[in-house]
Design a protein around this ligand. Structure first.
Ligand SMILES: Nc1ncnc2c1ncn2[C@@H]1O[C@H](COP(=O)(O)OP(=O)(O)OP(=O)(O)O)[C@@H](O)[C@H]1O
Length: 435
């Protein structure tokens, strides 16, 4: 293998990149990669996990997925979102690993290319999307792929799951970041209002049009247009929106001049648009235009592992010096949050006010939070069954403990009297996220 040819190829990549052999040893590295980590990289000695994680073992032995195994098995690029210890602190990175195979079919090693996800964090960080659950990381990976392209994105998720925050992340990490980001709230817009808001109008185009007005399509020129609650656009306007997306042109109300549009479209909806299509309330041709890539934002109850981190993050961003007691955090982890992260924020805000002391106790939470967790605590895990198998008992016990555990995985393994690796193996088999 001619490493200087590989080094030349790596140097031509403008993102941080390395070439590693099958033992994770770095054999070629480009400048952006060296500049990302505060560690000296010695070619032929340093491993990727030492540099990116400061670990002494490969990531899969430390409870994180490593894309190498998958890339080796499939012969194709595999990807994963990891937290790396970079010059700027802990940073989410989207890693793509591609197996490099020579003319004789022999595996030479792997090319690894990184994207730093500056808009996300696994610690409390003002203005960033915060989280650490697998569901959150899966979402980050999709956001990163979409951000690097011009594709129309449909964000689908319940109220308060962060659709607006994600739309900002998509814009700020795209090549349109320096251009405008324009939001249109589609709920409650009449046909006429929608058309004149979007396309603008000429003076005298209709009663009340005393002046010529620029439309938002003109304002957004070169940037990102975010249509919130796109499912609420009236059918008549859906045709006009479709025409705009297909022709990239539009006509201001009352004008005969055709104008050229240049924007990237992001839409959001808490309604299932395909259901609306089936019910004849949303045009299927428009659906396929706006859902170039569909990203599902998981509800908070499916990101149970993020609740403690998010609650502490909200406390920080509200500038409170109060802390949440362990029983309070445990109660929050058991609640189902129909209003998702926005509801968590409201609950924390209320609890700050209610707590006389510096420690926020469960009694400071709104009553419905604790009431609902008490109800679920009474439910028998096995339903009607009198006897559970030992495996079922273990699965239930582990799930229960992980749900309410607020310490780290090492501490939990210690408390359970098993090794961290065994705990990871058991959790992986049961598809339970580690605490
Ligand atoms: N990952 C996250 N980390 C930190 N804060 C978040 C995260 N996701 C959402 N939030 C916060 O939760 C609140 C609700 O988020 P956002 O308005 O983006 O949700 P939404 O899905 O657009 O809601 P709606 O559908 O009701 O408009 C905001 O205060 C936002 O900053």
């Amino acid at each position: 293998m001619n490493i200087s040819i590989i080094q030349g190829m790596i140097d031509a990549i403008d993102k941080p990149a390395i070439f590693i052999n099958q033992d994770y040893v770095i054999e070629a590295v480009n400048k952006p990669y060296r500049d990302t980590y505060p560690v000296t990289i010695k070619l032929g000695f340093s491993t990727c996990y030492q540099v990116s994680h400061r670990n002494s073992k490969p990531c899969d032995l430390c409870g994180e997925n490593c894309p190498m195994e998958q890339a080796k098995e499939t012969g194709k690029t595999a990807s994963v979102v990891h937290v790396h210890a970079t010059n700027e602190g802990q940073n989410y990175c989207d890693i793509r690993m591609k197996p490099i195979i020579d003319g004789e079919g022999e595996l030479l090693g792997y090319l690894e290319i990184l994207d730093k996800l500056a808009y996300a964090s696994n610690t409390s960080s003002e203005g960033k999307m915060v989280g650490e659950s697998d569901a959150f990381k899966a979402m980050l990976s999709k956001i990163n792929r979409a951000a690097n392209s011009n594709i129309s994105v449909l964000l689908h998720g319940e109220t308060g799951t962060g659709k607006e925050l994600v739309s900002h992340a998509l814009h700020s990490s795209s090549h349109r970041a320096e251009k405008p980001f324009v939001v249109i709230e589609c709920t409650g817009l009449t046909d006429a209002l929608f058309e004149s808001e979007l396309f603008g109008h000429e003076k005298g185009a209709f009663t009340g049009a005393v002046n010529k007005k620029k439309g938002l399509i003109e304002t957004v020129e070169g940037g990102t247009l975010f249509l919130d609650e796109v499912g609420d656009i009236p059918l008549a306007m859906q045709v006009k929106l479709l025409r705009l997306l297909e022709t990239q042109t539009y006509r201001p109300v009352g004008s005969i001049a055709i104008k050229k549009a240049n924007f990237r479209l992001i839409c959001a909806s808490h309604k299932d648009l395909l259901e609306l299509v089936n019910a004849g309330k949303f045009r299927h041709d428009l659906y396929y235009r706006i859902a170039g890539l569909s990203i599902h934002l998981p509800p908070l109850r499916e990101r149970n592992n993020d609740i403690v981190l998010l609650a502490k993050h909200i406390l920080n961003t509200l500038g409170s010096d109060k802390t949440l007691s362990q029983p309070t955090l445990a109660a929050l982890k058991k609640y189902t949050f129909p209003g998702n992260i926005r509801e968590l924020r409201n609950i924390v805000e209320q609890a700050i006010l209610m707590a006389d002391d510096r420690i926020i106790e469960p009694s400071d939470l709104p009553e419905y939070v604790c009431a609902s967790t008490q109800q679920t605590a009474h439910l028998s895990p096995q339903g009607e069954k009198d006897i559970m198998t030992l495996a079922e008992v273990e699965a239930h016990y582990l799930k229960d403990k992980v749900d309410v555990y607020t310490g780290n995985t090492e501490d939990l393994a210690d408390a359970l009297g098993i090794s961290v690796r065994t705990l990871y193996r058991k959790l992986q088999a049961l598809k339970i996220n580690a605490p």
